[in-house]
Structures are given as structure tokens and as C-alpha cells.
Design a protein around this ligand. Structure first.
Ligand SMILES: Cc1cc2nc3c(=O)[nH]c(=O)nc-3n(C[C@H](O)[C@H](O)[C@H](O)COP(=O)(O)OP(=O)(O)OC[C@H]3O[C@@H](n4cnc5c(N)ncnc54)[C@H](O)[C@@H]3O)c2cc1C
Length: 506
């Protein structure tokens, strides 16, 4: 674990090393945590020296507010972008089978067909899932990993979605996509894998005054600064990208999810997909999660004005999501059952016209007039491909040289073939979050829950601070290393344990 472990000691050593020798090949700004993985770091044959800086914590931005799906690219097909759709399906295959089988798994999805479902809506869904099967096969994903889609009778649909409206239910379509245990955990695994390749990963380190030749780094804990020279500067700051590269124009859009107890859906065994009435090809999803939660999302609302650090869902979005999902249920999910809500901002490139829902989700790599290279847009699913394209752009724009990309063969921290993961002597819940490191969490011998009725253990907090994942505050533990913070009441209950874990280990 040592090479990949992030913690306060390593951060201090990395800052001191950069202060002593403020020069790297590539500076990456923005800590979703992936873009520097296009090539191995210093110490590897033909490697580049890379520093990744994040002004808050890993996964602080949009990446932790996603729907946590590993998409097969259907959305791109709907707009005729076959190549991009294939790219997404291929990245999904890599995540499921090689890079992160512990964090990515198959998710069954049910689209109910009622007697009053318009024939056109039915046809769109049927065609969509058939094309999804073609994409899956083209990407080489075997049916035992992601089964073929099929039509199912009402009784089977109700078994998978017990709260489904029986009245008028004609049949349903069952298909499969990828799902992440947790998006923030994927980000941390990527950052640690990069650290294992020699990348200096510095959280709470803001980059200011970016140019093609470097930036000022500011340690947001101490206020110390240093002028870092870099042969290439990558602006990977998502929805904040335009603040760091004036030639990038974004039109952010907000997507909101509600957090509900699984009991509100009678025990969901598959995702429920509900078409949005009057919209072509837009859906609200009820997505089953670990720990007895269901997320219902999502919206698509243009956002004007300053970009907040943490976006807030609106009352109108909450009402829209409940009203839409309730169309497909036997009994309504009520507003008082909602345990929490979260919103994220999509960093969409401004193409000048149309609704945000119609803007391309494809990523772009833009070399600005100042020489700063911005990578923006895309999906969490395609993070690796975005990294590869960015490093290729860096090599084209500079005199740097590096070997061929090998991240498609580099499993993330904790990864192992699914069969090996299943045989690990640790609780399934921990294996799905920590993979092969689950045993190290168990060995900490602190299995008591962080608060009554919660499944997160004190050992997970201690592991995050002392050993591996660079947590430095109670917020890091509650909101990103675990997702307890998605339910405000749970967050309040677990705060004391988080503070205790920090004091005991720092
Ligand atoms: C509601 C919603 C649902 C989504 N669902 C899915 C999904 O299910 N599957 C999927 O594949 N994709 C999904 N996406 C898309 C995906 O989440 C985003 O495309 C992706 O997370 C964007 O990552 P990013 O690294 O570009 O930005 P971010 O994750 O926002 O990272 C940027 C980071 O830069 C940091 N930063 C900013 N300025 C500075 C600075 N000056 N110095 C240092 N650091 C700085 C920020 O603090 C932030 O942490 C969804 C998006 C939204 C909004």
C-alpha cells in the first residue's frame, strides 16, 4: 500500500520537494484525479514528472455528484455519434473487467411499458436497448458480465421493482448497464494509482495565474505559496475551467438527485427508468444504492452566474423528480420520505445555441492562446480516455516525449479479477468499496459503527486518515471517503466519530 498511500506526511513531503525544486514536466490542475495517468510518472521508463493539485479535496467537484453509472454510450447513439458511443462502451468494459471490478458492477434496469405508453416512446426504448446490446458486443463485454436485454412479463417487472404500478402494466424491458459503488471512491482510487506511479498528489493546494509555463501554487492550509514551472499545464478544473483559461466558454447545467430509503420502493432490485412525459428520450431514474438507499435523478437546468463550490437543488427540481417517478409507482413517494438531495454542475461546452440538455457530452481538449491545455466535458466513465487524449495533446504541443499509453492495462488500487474479489475473506460491503484492501480495513480491528444503525465502521475512518486515502478533515471523511453526508441527519450523527478518528490518527 505504501507507494499508493496518500496521507498528511506524504503531502508535506511532496510540497517540500516541489518547494526545493519547483519544476515538473506536467502540472495538472483539478483533482477529480485522473488526467495525469496517460503516462507513467518519474521513475518509470520514459516517464514524465507530474504534479496534480486540487484546491479542496479529491472528488470535491462535480465527480461526486454524478448518477454513479458507468455508461454504455446510448445517449451518444441517439444523437448519431457512433464513434463516441463506442468509446464509452469500451471504457465501461475496461472498468468492469480490468481496471476496477471492485468499484464497478452490472446494474439491471427496468423500463415499464403501460397500456397508455405511446407507441413512439416504446419504440425508442426498444431500439435503444437493442443498440445498447450491439455496443456491448462491439466493446467485447461478455453476456455473463452484462446480460442481453429482453422483454419481461409484468410479474417479473414487479419482482424487480416491487412498488411498480400494476394498473395498466403491459410488460417491461430489462437491460443492463454499469454502476459504480461510489463515484468519489473511483476518484480516490485513480489518484492513488497515479501516486503509485510517482505522481505528486497535493490536495488543499490551489493553482493560480495559470500559463503554459507554470502556475503559482498556494497551500490553502498554511497560506504558503510557490511558483511552479512546468513544461505543460493541464487545466482539468471541470465547471471552473473558464476561470483558469479565459478562451474556454462553458454553459453549465445543474443535475439534481434525491436520496430516499429503499423501503419507499418496497426494496428495489433493479433501476427503474421512467420516461419524462412530453420529452423525447429523457428519463428519470430510481437507482438502488448500497446501504439501503435509492437515488432519484436527474434534472437538467441551465445555470447562469457565479459557480458555487457546492450547488444546491431547488424546490422545483425536487417536485419534478417526485412527480415523474410517481407516474410509474403503485403508491406515491411522499416529500417527507426524502432523506437528502444533491446537485452537480455539468461542465458543458457552449456551442452557442439550444438547451443545455441538447449540448454535446463529448469531452474536448483545447490548447489555449496562453499554452494552457484544457480538458473539459465528457463523463466519469470516459475519464481514462480523456486522460489519454490530454497527454497526447501535451506531447503534440511540447517537446516532451513519453512511451505509449498503458493505462488500459493498469488496474486501479484494490482491483482484482471478480472471482478473486468474491473469494476474499472480508465482508462484501467492504470488498465493494476497498477491493483487495478490504482485509487491511478489517485488520484495524475497529468494527464498531460510526453511529447507531450505520454500516460504516470506525476502521474505515481510521484507514482513510492514517493509511491510505489522504482524508484531512471530518468533511473529507463524511462527504467523500464515505457518503454519509448525503443524508444530513446521518452526517450529524457520525460527525463525532469522524473527529475522533482524526484526533486519534493525525
Ligand atoms: C448530475 C450529474 C450526473 C452525472 N452522472 C454521470 C454518470 O452517471 N456517469 C458518468 O460517467 N458521468 C456522469 N456525469 C458526468 C461527470 O460527473 C462529469 O463529467 C465529471 O465528473 C467531471 O469531472 P471533472 O474532473 O471535469 O470536474 P470535477 O469533478 O468538478 O473536478 C474539478 C476539480 O477542480 C478543482 N479546481 C477548480 N479550480 C481549481 C484551482 N484553481 N486549483 C486547484 N483545483 C481546482 C475543483 O475543486 C474540482 O475538484 C454526471 C454529471 C452530473 C452533473
Amino acid at each position: 500500500m505504501t507507494g499508493t498511500a496518500l496521507n498528511a506526511t506524504r503531502r508535506a513531503a511532496d510540497w517540500a520537494a516541489l518547494a526545493a525544486d519547483p519544476q515538473v514536466d506536467v502540472l495538472v490542475v483539478g483533482g477529480r484525479g485522473d488526467r495525469r495517468r496517460g503516462r507513467p510518472g518519474r521513475g518509470q521508463p520514459r516517464g514524465l514528472s507530474v504534479a496534480l493539485v486540487e484546491r479542496h479535496d479529491l472528488a470535491f467537484g462535480t465527480s461526486r455528484w454524478s448518477s454513479k453509472l458507468v455508461h454504455g454510450g446510448l445517449r451518444y447513439l441517439a444523437s448519431g455519434q457512433v464513434g463516441v458511443a463506442y468509446e464509452s462502451a469500451a471504457e465501461r468494459d475496461l472498468l468492469l473487467r480490468r481496471l476496477a471490478p471492485h468499484l464497478a458492477h452490472a446494474l439491471p434496469q427496468v423500463v415499464p411499458i403501460f397500456h397508455d405508453t405511446p407507441a413512439s416512446a416504446h419504440a425508442i426504448v426498444r431500439t435503444g436497448v437493442a443498440l445498447g446490446d450491439v455496443l456491448r458486443m462491439a466493446a467485447g463485454t461478455p453476456a455473463h458480465e452484462l446480460p442481453r436485454s429482453r422483454r419481461i412479463p409484468p410479474a417479473e417487472a414487479v419482482r424487480l421493482v416491487p412498488a411498480l404500478r400494476r394498473d395498466g402494466l403491459r410488460s417491461a424491458i430489462l437491460s443492463w448497464d454499469g454502476q459504480l459503488t461510489d463515484d468519489a471512491r473511483l476518484v480516490v482510487a485513480i489518484a492513488r494509482t497515479a501516486a503509485g506511479q510517482g505522481v505528486r498528489v497535493l490536495t488543499r493546494c490551489a493553482a493560480e495565474d495559470l500559463t503554459g509555463g507554470g502556475a503559482t501554487l498556494r497551500d490553502t492550509r498554511t497560506g504558503d505559496t510557490l511558483a511552479l514551472r512546468a513544461r505543460a499545464v493541464v487545466n482539468a478544473t471541470g465547471v471552473w475551467a473558464a476561470q483558469n483559461a479565459p478562451d474556454v466558454r462553458l454553459r453549465p447545467s445543474r443535475g439534481t438527485h434525491l436520496v430516499l430509503p429503499d423501503t419507499a420502493f418496497g426494496g428495489l432490485r433493479a433501476a427503474l427508468t421512467v420516461p419524462v412525459p412530453t420529452e423525447r428520450n429523457r428519463y428519470v431514474l430510481a437507482l438502488p444504492q448500497v446501504d439501503g438507499r435509492v437515488f432519484v435523478g436527474l434534472t437538467d437546468e441551465q445555470v447562469d452566474g457565479p459557480i458555487p463550490d457546492v450547488p444546491e437543488p431547488t424546490d422545483a427540481e425536487r417536485a419534478f423528480l417526485l412527480a415523474t417517478v410517481n407516474r410509474a409507482l403503485d403508491r406515491d413517494v411522499r416529500p417527507e420520505q426524502v432523506l437528502g438531495a444533491y446537485a452537480g454542475l455539468r461542465p458543458l461546452l457552449d456551442s452557442g445555441t439550444g438547451r443545455t440538455a441538447d449540448l454535446s457530452r463529448r469531452h474536448a481538449v483545447i490548447v489555449g492562446a496562453s499554452g494552457v491545455i484544457t480538458v473539459v466535458g465528457g463523463k466519469l466513465t470516459t475519464y481514462r480516455r480523456m486522460a489519454q487524449d490530454t497527454v497526447d495533446a501535451v506531447l503534440r504541443a511540447t517537446a516532451l516525449a513519453a512511451g505509449p499509453c498503458r493505462t488500459h492495462r493498469l488496474p486501479l488500487v484494490g482491483a482484482a479479477p471478480r472471482r478473486r474479489l468474491e473469494a476474499l475473506p472480508a465482508p462484501r460491503r467492504l470488498v465493494d468499496r476497498y477491493g483487495t484492501e478490504a482485509a487491511a480495513v478489517v485488520a484495524l480491528d475497529a468494527a464498531e459503527p460510526v453511529a447507531d444503525g450505520m454500516s460504516t465502521t470506525l476502521a474505515e475512518f481510521v484507514f482513510a486518515v492514517r493509511y491510505a486515502t489522504g482524508a484531512m478533515t471530518a468533511g473529507d471523511l463524511l462527504d467523500r471517503r464515505t457518503r454519509i453526508g448525503l443524508v444530513p441527519a446521518d452526517r450529524a450523527a457520525a460527525e463525532e466519530a469522524a473527529e475522533r478518528a482524526l484526533k486519534a490518527t493525525v
